[in-house]
Ligand binder design. Structure first.
Ligand code: URA
Length: 282
């Protein structure tokens, strides 16, 4: 039997699949949901009440989080440059007071077939104002090379455009929190809209959660296809994870399997040598 609440659940799931992570409810929608909840509780204990007419619930109003950005320009490069300019003084991020001042946008090819998204710039990225230029960036460059790609053939960005601050910060970095991620989400959405890559790779759990807007575990997200802004998305390990001494052979192999899946998805040629990487020799 379809319950009135199922329509709301369907709506929320569809929004989540579109990449929406926040829904604003006005007072009317809240009141409707309260009465739905009350009614669901009542029908659970008194089935006869199920024949009452369903309360009208105003559809929740989706909101771009927290404000959308508008890019202007007549080429992809110009549109991205206009986003970059807006990011410099982006109030929703600045107002949090938890992010450092230097804005680090993105690097690479606006016509890229593959877009890679990390979490936030670190010490090295802030210094050079370019994503993935520290040790994790070197690892990423190596992974791309193994795929037969140079850095300037792909588009590399981060979900958060400022380095998260910590007390007495020197070279240490921290993972961005949900508010920091939400504050910058309009940019990655707009970047995807402009670049329209054939495939997105979310590097690590933070980028995956931020893009997919759900709290599923990294293990359950990895190994299958998802979607962001209508583009196929693959979740894989953050390159810094592979730099840790305890990253085992299995995770290296799994990351490589994710890259092979991406290459297959967009029809890149794959050599026998590439297929055999990380497979133990007999
Ligand atoms: N880690 C990230 O997620 N992004 C960077 O740009 C650098 C390190």
């Amino acid at each position: 039997m379809t319950r009135p609440v199922d329509a709301v659940i369907d709506f929320l799931q569809a929004e989540q699949a579109r990449g929406v992570s926040h829904i604003m409810l006005d007072e009317g929608a809240r009141e409707g949901l309260r009465s739905l909840a009350k009614r669901t509780r009542t029908t659970a204990t008194a089935p006869a009440a199920a024949s009452q007419p369903a309360p009208t619930v105003a559809a929740p109003r989706p909101v771009e989080t927290p404000t959308s950005v508008t890019a202007t320009g007549s080429s992809k490069a110009e549109l991205l440059a206009s986003l970059r300019q807006q990011a410099e003084t982006w109030q929703p991020a600045r107002a949090l007071g938890t992010l450092r001042e230097t804005m680090v946008f993105a690097t690479g090819n606006p016509d890229a077939r593959i877009m890679l998204v990390g979490e936030a710039p670190g010490y090295e990225e802030e210094r050079k104002r370019e994503p993935f230029v520290g040790p994790a960036g070197q690892k990423l460059t190596d992974i791309l090379k193994a795929m037969g790609l140079a850095r300037d053939e792909v588009y590399i960005s981060n979900i958060v455009k400022f380095r998260p601050a910590t007390p007495r910060q020197t070279t240490n970095n921290r993972t961005p929190n949900p508010a920091e991620i939400a504050s910058c989400l309009p940019f990655i959405r707009a970047e995807v809209e402009i670049v329209r890559p054939e495939c997105i790779i979310a590097l690590g759990a933070t980028a995956a959660e931020g893009l997919l807007g759900n709290a599923a575990t990294f293990g359950s997200l990895r190994g299958s296809w998802h979607e962001f802004g209508g583009i196929p998305l693959r979740v894989t390990y953050h390159p810094s994870y592979l730099l840790r001494s305890n990253a085992d052979h299995t995770s290296r192999r799994q990351l490589w399997e994710d890259m092979l899946a991406v290459m297959e998805k967009i029809g890149m040629p794959i050599s026998e040598k590439q297929r055999g990487f990380f497979i133990p020799k007999r």
